[in-house]
Design a protein around this ligand. Structure first.
Ligand code: MN
Ligand code: MN
Length: 268
């Protein structure tokens, strides 16, 4: 299966810090820097020269959020028009909403598996419905996904708990997670906010939320999704903030997740 990669350098509606707009280039640089090979843990070859995926480069976006959302959605529709799968490098978590608009239009039933410290289910944050704290409210109120499974959550608020119940979200609170991804089959979208990870593993994020996941747990969860019979139509890695990174460590985590996601997207 062919995969198209797009960089989405957008962070204008981050609520706390900007910086994730720099992430697509930082993750690509880590991916191709020569320190690691291009074979996934499961033995899938994702060497960029092999033609199983192509990099469309970065979208050209201004801070205007309505234009950005429209452009991201349209670019994603075009990228998938020939049946290709799609991998996006954010950008902050807002970018997932317009990408999922495009992915949802290609299937009658979509399951989203979302890794994050935060549920991102606010109806609005500080009056902003386009905040990176809101994309899964926008996705679920529009009926873009039939199932939303959230893994790594450790910042649930009363408002977001109400939203989770309203939308029927399957929230796997990290404090009680058993390491197992619920059975998923059919068409799946995977969204990874790297702040799902403990800041010890991913210090280059805007919102440190200690007490988080290991890289091992996320990679194992991706492999479970791959073994479940699901078709992974799309995925993203968001919220890497190079301005907060230490020795490029988080960019390399992004590159590792990119490699494993390319494996999932090309083989499921
Ligand atoms: Mn998020
Ligand atoms: Mn988060």
């Amino acid at each position: 299966m062919t995969v198209r990669l797009q960089g989405i350098p957008y962070d204008a509606h981050s609520s706390f810090l900007r910086g994730p707009a720099l992430a697509p280039d930082a993750i690509r640089e880590a991916f191709t820097c020569g320190s690691a090979n291009y074979t996934t843990e499961l033995g899938v070859e994702v060497d960029p020269s092999k033609g199983t995926w192509t990099d469309l480069g970065n979208l050209e976006l201004t801070d205007d959020v309505e234009l950005a959302v429209e452009h991201i959605r349209n670019a994603s529709v075009v990228a998938m028009a020939d049946g290709s799968r799609i991998l996006s490098l954010g950008g902050d978590h807002l970018v997932t909403w317009p990408v999922v608009q495009a992915v949802s239009a290609t299937t009658s039933r979509l399951t989203i598996v979302h890794f994050d410290a935060h549920p991102d289910l606010y109806d609005e944050l500080d009056g902003d419905r386009y905040s990176h704290a809101c994309p899964f409210a926008r996705i679920m109120e529009a009926g873009l996904a039939d199932r939303l499974i959230q893994i790594g959550i450790r910042t649930m608020t009363a408002h977001q708990q109400e939203q989770a119940e309203r939308f029927g979200v399957e929230v796997l609170h990290y404090r009680e997670w058993d390491g197992l991804v619920p059975d998923v089959d059919g068409d799946v979208y995977v969204s990874i906010d790297v702040d799902a990870l403990d800041p010890a593993f991913a210090p280059g994020v805007s919102h440190f939320e200690p007490g988080g996941m290991t890289v091992r747990e996320i990679v194992d969860a991706l492999h479970q999704i791959g073994a479940s019979g699901a078709r992974v139509l799309g995925a993203d890695v968001v919220e890497v903030n190079p301005e907060r990174d230490v020795h490029g460590l988080t960019a390399m985590v992004g590159a590792k997740l990119m490699r494993e996601l390319l494996g999932l997207l090309t083989t499921t």
